[in-house]
Design a protein around this ligand. Structure first.
Ligand code: PEP
Ligand code: MG
Length: 387
């Protein structure tokens, strides 16, 4: 396919902040890509707009003129363009352009976008039930996310199981004395005034109720996003957990192990600070769960190399690294190390559902995405289309 024109503009993301959209015109029509952002970011991820969004869009529009009449016939042509992009555009601009090009290229080849990435797998959703941490402005629990998923089975069953827990949880919240006014956080998790321990207990109760009715294998997980409350060598909780508000590195490791045992946690993301790779290993050595890197690995191959043997799963968030060839390299390395891959949404999303295609085409185990809010449901619906 040949590019007739390409232009960038500012659009809003799901959290009412501006992001970039790139629109590419080919002989077959217009194709769009836009990039998400995170509220809880890692120090290792690339900046989305290094010199500010307005300046970046202006400069990027100048650059996009140079793409006129450029031919793309395979995914490697997109990877090659990414490799030669000026460094200043790596982040929101580069990723939005690559997404638009993926849609344009797959249209011209008459194939689904996922198949450009080489594989095809069954991907199950892992979804947020309760929100906390920075996603609820540090007003709720400290654990950023309490999640549920199914271990195996068919996609439709898995979605039904997750949805049933979500609805059961809403009933439990409505009928409780806890302060709950029906609100959800940016990723669709309910927002309550429960503390960390009460939150885990309540989601476990909802899971048990659904298991009783359906005998599905539904499991509990959490993203602690622990870097967000690691201050001067201590984890500082707003709400006490096992009776403590400030815990040392060693105490945090014990606390996570205790939570895993008590709640039979299947999925534990970022249980310790992103700089403390050794501590992930300490938890893994005594765990039956998926110990998942997010802020610690930041979709960067050098971070994954350093984390080898210290975790058994990793998130894949394309905008942490800003280009698809780096995402592919990261995914290949995760495969080489035998890690489970979890392609993930960000807290500030757009309606583009390409992460669903990426999860299938990179053969990830899970897609971490909300089960509520239009921009998330769009991605679940895309999974349904592909399976
Ligand atoms: C996460 O931390 O896993 C997450 C999806 O949130 P954010 O996009 O805010 O990093
Ligand atoms: Mg995370």
């Amino acid at each position: 396919m040949k590019i007739k024109s390409a232009a960038a503009q500012k659009i809003l993301n799901s959290n009412s902040n501006y992001t970039i959209q790139v629109k590419v015109e080919t002989e077959s029509g217009f194709f769009r890509g836009s990039s998400p952002a995170g509220e809880s970011t890692s120090q290792y991820e690339v900046a989305q707009f290094g010199s500010g969004i307005d300046a970046e869009i202006k400069n990027f529009n100048d650059f996009l003129q140079t793409l006129k009449n450029k031919e793309f016939t395979r995914i490697d042509d997109i990877y090659l363009l990414e490799r030669t992009l000026p460094e200043e555009f790596i982040g929101g601009p580069s990723l939005s352009l690559s997404y638009a090009l993926v849609y344009a290229l797959s249209n011209s080849l008459k194939i689904e976008p996922y198949s450009l990435f080489g594989k095809k797998s069954l991907v199950l959703p892992i979804s947020k039930m309760l929100g906390g941490g920075v996603h609820t402005s540090n007003l709720g629990m400290d654990i950023q996310e309490i999640l549920v998923t199914t271990i195996s089975g068919d996609l439709r069953e898995s979605i039904n199981g997750t949805l049933s827990v979500y609805k059961e949880l809403k009933e439990l919240l409505k009928n409780s004395t806890y302060s709950f006014l029906g609100g959800v956080d940016p990723e669709g998790g309910f927002v309550t005034s429960l503390d960390n321990y009460e939150s885990l207990k309540l989601v476990r109760k909802a899971v048990e109720k659904v298991i009783q009715k359906t005998s599905m294998d539904i499991r509990l997980g959490m993203d602690m996003a622990a870097s967000m409350f690691f201050k001067d060598g201590k984890y500082v909780y707003n709400r006490p957990i096992y009776g403590k508000k400030e815990v040392s590195r060693e105490e945090q490791i014990d606390l996570v192990k205790k939570l895993e045992k008590e709640f039979d946690l299947y999925y534990i993301e970022d249980p310790v600070d992103e700089t403390l790779i050794e501590d992930y290993g300490e938890i893994l050595s005594d765990s039956h769960a998926l110990i998942v890197g997010d802020d610690v690995t930041a979709t960067k191959t050098d971070r994954l190399e350093a984390a080898k043997g210290k975790m058994n799963a990793t998130l894949v968030k394309p905008n942490q690294v800003g280009s698809l060839y780096k995402v592919k390299a990261f995914s290949d390395l995760a495969d080489k190390f035998g890690l489970a891959k979890v392609v993930s949404h960000r807290s500030e999303e757009t309606c583009v559902s390409i992460i669903s295609d990426l999860s299938v085409g990179l053969a990830a185990k899970y897609l971490k995405v909300g089960i509520n809010r239009g921009e998330r449901v769009e991605k679940i619906n895309r999974l349904l289309e592909l399976n």
